[in-house]
Structure formats: C-alpha cells, structure tokens
Design a binder for this molecule. Sequence first.
Ligand code: G
Ligand code: G
Ligand code: MN
Ligand code: NA
Length: 248
Amino acid sequence: LHNETALRRAIDQEQFVLYYQPKLETLTRKLSGVEALLRWQKPDRLVMPGDFIPLAEETGLIVPIGAWVLRTACEQGARWLAAGHAVPVSVNVSARQLQEAGLVDLVADCLAKSYLPPELLNIEITETSMMRDLDHSEALLARLRDLGVGISVDDFGTGYSSLAYLRRLPVTALKLDRSFVNDIPAETAIATAVLDLSRSFGLKTVAEGVETEEQWHWLAQQGCAEVQGFLFARPMPVDLLERDFLTA
Ligand code: G
Ligand code: G
Ligand code: MN
Ligand code: NA
C-alpha cells in the first residue's frame, strides 16, 4: 500500500514518468496531439495514477507533482518541436490544483522556460472540477486562455454542467467521456447530444476510450474531430511514441 511518506519520497527522488497517449484526427488517423499520463516508477514496479492520485489529492501532494507534470510535458513538447514535430501536449489538472493561487503563474513559467509555444499546450480539466466553483473557474480559465493555451473539458457528459455556464467558460474542446463512447453504436443519444452541443458552441470534440472500428466509423460519420483510445494506441513511453508516431 502507498502512503504519504512514500509519495513524498517519490517527489524528492523524482520517481515519476510521463506516458503519452496519441490523439488522432478522426478521418485521417494522423497524430493530432498526445495526452500526458502520469506513472509512479517505483524501483520494482510501475504504479498507475488511479492508485496514487487520490492520495496525492487528499494530501495536497498533487500540487508539487502536478508542477513536475506541467514542467516535464512542456519540456517534452519543446524537444519534439525542436526535432520538427509540432505535437500539441495535453496535461491533466485536478480540482486541487485549480484552487492553488499559483497555477497560472506556474503554467506561464513552464512555457517561458521551455520555450514551448502556448498553442502546443492544452490543459484538461474534468467537468466536475470545473463546475465546482464556477465564478473561480471562469476567472481562472480566462487567465489561462490569455496565455494562449487550449482548455479541454475532460470526462464531459458525466457531470452536471449548466449549459449557460458552459457557454460562459472559455474552453476550446470537449472530451466525450469514454462511458458514452463505450455505448456506441447500441446507444448513441448522449454522444449525439454532446457532439451537437460542442458544434453549436464552436468547440472541438475529442472522443476518448475508442476501442472498436464501429465506434470510430460512427464518430467519423458524426463529425467528431479527434479520437483517442486503445483501438489506435495505448499510453506509451516517449521512445515508443517517437518510434511509432514521429518518424518521418
Ligand atoms: O493513465 P490512466 O488512464 O490510468 O489515468 C487514470 C486517471 O488518472 C485519469 O483520470 C487521468 O486523468 C488521471 N491522471 C493521469 N495523469 C494525471 C496527471 O498528471 N495529473 C492528474 N491530476 N491526473 C492524472
Ligand atoms: O480521465 P482521463 O480521460 O484523463 O483518463 C485517461 C485514461 O483513460 C487513462 O488511464 C487511459 O489509460 C485510459 N484510456 C485511454 N484509452 C482507453 C480506451 O480505449 N479504453 C479504456 N478502457 N481506457 C482508456
Ligand atoms: Mn484526461
Ligand atoms: Na477523460
């Protein structure tokens, strides 16, 4: 079992690694970006985020860990750009990080120090954490948008967004939650509603958790811009991503 002491030590020793999962243009299957997904590299095994992010959030350690994630993802994006690959990198930011006064300055600092152009950084925030304190979110997202980064609403459809508020929040993309993608093609009412909503708000839609050809073809037919899921690629270490997706 993991405890706070072990997690603190993991931060001190930088026992973390980012995996990257490709996102693809739905029609062409061309790489459109990657989502950075954190793993804890213990000496003997790799620990998945579901097994330590909740503890990191409870203890507040998600703040230093999240800072490492942002800095590392920006540096990686900048390295890819220098090698001739402009790959937008998405980073998950949790509710606890949104409450930190320093988040916008941290993002600005990571961009400045890495020289990553802001349009190559995307912040993913779950619908639930975004809607928790709407006035705060609205102000915070506006400041992030002013930096030039993209903002995606993660796990969209699982929370309780008021459409009026969604309209007010300066987000750039909706990520259709994988539970609804999983229902395609048997049950498509929610997927269709999210795609329509996204389109009418002028947002890009990304479908997550695409696992079958049938789901992919349905999403293509409905005009979903980007797809992500095990059908195309799993989260993978940098060297594999470069080998399989970034070779000319
Ligand atoms: O990689 P995996 O699919 O197991 O991720 C599981 C969950 O952990 C997802 O909900 C994902 O958003 C979350 N997660 C992965 N990496 C990070 C991270 O760097 N920061 C935060 N806050 N959450 C993450
Ligand atoms: O909550 P978030 O969207 O950040 O979660 C990303 C998580 O989804 C990662 O843990 C990743 O491993 C997982 N994931 C990515 N693609 C698929 C997929 O096709 N099927 C399933 N079941 N999980 C996926
Ligand atoms: Mn995500
Ligand atoms: Na998600």
